[in-house]
Each structure stands twice: as structure tokens, then as C-alpha cells.
Design a protein around this ligand. Structure first.
Ligand SMILES: [Zn+2]
Ligand SMILES: [Zn+2]
Length: 235
């Protein structure tokens, strides 16, 4: 059953006072004078592309079955994104409180469905993962899985897994980044971005966030696990 409290998406470009208060306080306490949103964006993009390029360069003489790694790793990443978001990012788990804090308590209060856009590049900090997450993601998640794949299959499969994992990580970062751009911007008006942003914008409605639309990139797992929010007329 869908939540009757869901509010209309027809946005007023004004930031609600309680969101503005949160933003002012958050920026004062967490965004230092030397923070550069564009540098943060560049680090995430260039760092991910460098790893991606290196991993691609290691793949050679592919056997036909090894190509299956691409769709399978993509679906695996989509399921991980879904449960990572639905789980520790929305429900505090022992040892992972920082994810709940940063996502539910901060990201969801800084941006709501009726105040989705950055006010300046200093607000990128509330969307992009901290730079250290790139190393964490690569060292603690992608590399051990790739190592296991190397042991049980082949080096091509292992490197292709890294390719998909890094590609997925960067896609997540870039898509989430553009959802929080001004929707009237050039990128914000792209048809695919519009559709995917609407999915994420619904999730930013506090009345819906605990139950619907946990995929941030492509809503495949939301469809499979029955958490794809279907809008009704008039909502
Ligand atoms: Zn968001
Ligand atoms: Zn969320």
C-alpha cells in the first residue's frame, strides 16, 4: 500500500525554512573554508577513471563465456546498492552508524523532495562520497571479491569485475550528482536524467524514504523486490 502522506512533486523553487536552517547549520559545522566542490568532483571522477582504465588494460584474450561477467557483475552491483541503501544507510547497524548518520540524518535533511538542488558547489559535499570512500570501496569491497574470482575463475573475470565495480561506483556518483543539480540545467533536462531523478526525488520525500525507491542508479532491484513507488493520479 502506498503512503497517503506523499506530497505533490510540483516544486516551488523556494527552500522550506526548516531545510534552509539545517543547511546553514550544516555548512557552518562541516564545510571548511578550503573545501572545493569541483575539486572533490574531479578527484572522484579522475580517481575512478584511472582505476577503470587500468583494469580495462589488464583484460586480454577474452573467452566468450567471460563476457558474462559484465551483466552479472552489473546486476550484483545493483543489488548491493539497493541493500546498502535500504539497510545501513536507512537503518542504524552496529559498526556502520556513520552511514546512517551521513545519509538519513544529513543527506535527507539537507535535500528534501521539495528542495533537491545545490545552492552552490560547496553543497557537493553533501552528495559525493568522501574521497576516502574510493579507497575503502576499492580496497575493502572490490579487491577481495576480485581476488576470489581470480582464484575460482580467471584473471579476465577478476579484472572485468573491477571494471564493472568502478564503473558502477562512478555512475552512482555522477547520477546522484546530477539529480541534485538545478532541474532546469542543461544536464538536468536530459530525458533519462529526468526519469531517474524523479525516482530519487520521490525517495527524498520523508514520508516515503523508509519504504520506497532505494536504487539510486537504475531501479532494477526496486522492481524485483517490490519497492518501486508507483505514482497515482493527483500525487
Ligand atoms: Zn539524494
Ligand atoms: Zn535514502
Amino acid at each position: 500500500m502506498q503512503n497517503a502522506l506523499a506530497t505533490p512533486l510540483e516544486t516551488v523553487p523556494r527552500v522550506p525554512p526548516e531545510v534552509e536552517r539545517f543547511r546553514v547549520e550544516y555548512r557552518k559545522e562541516n564545510v571548511g573554508p578550503h573545501y572545493s566542490g569541483w575539486l572533490h568532483f574531479a578527484f572522484t571522477s579522475i580517481g575512478s577513471l584511472a582505476v577503470l582504465g587500468f583494469a580495462i588494460s589488464r583484460v586480454h584474450d577474452m573467452a566468450p563465456l567471460e563476457w558474462l561477467t559484465l551483466p552479472l557483475a552489473f546486476l550484483f552491483a545493483n543489488v548491493c546498492e539497493y541493500f546498502g541503501h535500504k539497510g545501513p544507510m536507512h537503518r542504524p547497524k552496529p559498526g556502520m552508524g556513520i552511514l546512517f548518520q551521513r545519509h538519513t540524518r544529513e543527506h535527507h535533511h539537507f535535500f528534501t523532495h521539495d528542495a533537491m538542488s545545490y545552492e552552490s558547489s560547496r553543497d557537493f559535499k553533501m552528495v559525493l562520497f568522501p574521497p576516502v570512500m574510493l579507497f575503502f570501496f576499492l580496497g575493502v569491497i572490490a579487491t577481495p571479491v576480485a581476488g576470489l574470482l581470480f582464484l575460482v575463475s580467471s584473471s579476465n573475470v577478476a579484472w572485468l569485475f573491477i571494471v564493472v565495480a568502478m564503473g558502477y561506483f562512478l555512475t552512482y556518483e555522477w547520477l546522484h550528482f546530477v539529480y541534485h543539480l538545478d532541474e532546469r540545467s542543461l544536464v538536468g533536462r536530459l530525458p533519462m536524467v529526468k526519469v531517474l531523478r524523479r525516482h530519487h526525488q520521490r525517495h527524498h520525500d520523508k514520508a516515503l524514504m523508509g519504504r520506497w525507491n532505494f536504487n539510486i542508479t537504475f531501479p532494477i532491484s526496486d522492481r524485483v523486490f517490490g519497492t518501486y513507488y508507483v505514482e497515482r493520479r493527483g500525487e
